[in-house]
Design a binder for this molecule. Structure first.
Ligand SMILES: Cc1ncc(COP(=O)(O)O)c(C=O)c1O
Length: 400
């Protein structure tokens, strides 16, 4: 049987229709660039949706993956494996927390954190202390627990009934926070910088009040660092910018250097909440993914990529401000390291299409927000190329 061509028609035939893909067949990547099957190079300002922190083809990462694959690809968590131990030690040192659990995707990490929070809260002896809260405009994933914590109707509609005992606090609204948390609260899930929600940062006042209320009502603060973590905002964990002091931290996306890997890291308070058989996953902490994770973190440290992310992010912010002064289509710019949101005066999808024409890959979120999550090692020249392309697009649009 002749294989189908790699095009949109075949895509429609083969797959459930849950992804709106670019009309591009990608064959490989080089640095910050993706290459399509006709040899065209595209500047990738979205990096596999915030995954490819080192861009494409980093030799250290490739060697770590191939070296570990030659030794052991999978054995399961029935065994102890060196890459898992080394990565666990590294993440515990970086967070100052006590225990770690590895899974495969962001949503699985959130799911594990929900389970841990409820089991932990159950120990209080209060059967009603099971409420898990999140913040409006958030995104935590697409499995049932994570989806039940997720705000937007487009991710949730039609899948009811959702998980019972979940609720939402208005983002950065201290009065609503005070109204919603109580002795029934087991955990509050936060994204310090909301990614999918359009790049919005939690306020210091909100975090301070959340911590006070945690002391009063004894619940857990869970930091979802899946998109903002691993150095993207200029610190390894974005919660470090606001001293959120979380009890549980969820990591994923860049953690496995492009391979599926996620983690839940927990404080002493929850250190013994899980017991044998309570929770687990066959592939979680796969040795190849962990070896990639170690190489990824080493590269971030060796190449000082957190500092670089901050510098290039600030540079892009300044350049975008200059564009905003000339182009009224730009309504607002929010930037935390290399997590950048640009609010525009129409559906951001229009700009995504125009950018693609100019061989730059950007992404739209929250209807009218252009989201940029480039590799952490993007060069200043590449960042400038993205700015030039955006400048041209806004200018051409005005010229009609
Ligand atoms: C903040 C946040 N949490 C959770 C998730 C879910 O992660 P995954 O798609 O790996 O399940 C995402 C994915 O975009 C995310 O950005």
């Amino acid at each position: 049987m002749k294989p189908l061509p790699i095009n949109q028609e075949s895509e429609q035939k083969l797959f459930f229709h849950n992804y709106a893909r670019f009309p591009l067949a990608i064959t490989h990547g080089e640095g910050s660039w993706l290459v399509s099957d006709d040899g065209t190079r595209y500047l990738d300002m979205i990096a596999g949706i915030g995954v490819n922190a080192l861009g494409y083809g980093d030799k250290r990462l490739v060697q770590a993956i191939s070296g570990q694959a030659a030794k052991l690809i999978h054995a399961s968590n029935l065994f102890m494996m060196q890459p898992q131990f080394e990565l666990a030690e590294k993440l515990l040192a970086l967070s100052g927390l006590s225990k770690i659990f590895f899974a495969n995707s962001g949503t699985e990490a959130i799911e594990a954190a929900i389970k841990m929070a409820r089991k932990w809260a159950g120990r209080s002896g209060d059967d009603h202390k099971k409420e898990v809260l999140s913040l409006s405009n958030c995104f935590h994933g697409r499995t049932y627990g994570a989806m039940s914590l997720t705000a937007k109707a487009k991710y949730v509609d039609g899948f009811d009934p959702l998980l019972a005992g979940t609720g939402m606090i208005a983002f950065n609204d201290i009065a609503d926070l005070e109204k919603k948390v109580s002795l029934k609260t087991a955990a509050v899930f936060i994204e310090v910088v909301q990614g999918e929600g359009g790049i919005h940062r939690i306020s210091q006042q909100f975090i301070d009040r959340l911590k006070e209320l945690r002391t009063q009502y004894n619940f857990l603060i869970v930091a979802d660092e899946i998109q903002a973590g691993c150095g993207r905002t200029g610190k390894f964990f974005s919660y470090m910018h606001v001293d959120a002091d979380p009890d549980l931290v969820c990591l994923a996306k860049p953690l496995g250097g492009g391979l599926p890997l996620s983690a839940v890291i927990g404080s002493e308070k929850v250190a013994d909440v899980l017991t044998y058989g309570n929770h687990g996953t066959t592939f979680g902490g796969n040795p190849v993914a962990c070896a990639a994770g170690i190489a990824m973190i080493k590269a971030i440290e060796e190449d000082q990529l957190m500092k670089h992310a901050e510098e290039i992010g600030n540079y892009m912010h300044d350049e975008l401000q200059k564009l905003a002064a000339r182009h009224p289509q730009i309504l607002d710019i929010r930037q935390y390291g290399l997590m950048i949101g640009v609010t525009v005066d129409k559906e951001a999808k229009y700009y995504v299409e125009q950018a693609l024409r100019k061989h730059v890959i950007i992404n739209a979120t929250s209807q009218n927000v252009i989201r940029l999550l480039p590799p952490l090692n993007i060069t200043r020249e590449e960042a400038q190329q993205c700015i030039i392309a955006l400048d041209e697009i806004f200018t051409e649009e005005t010229a009609g």
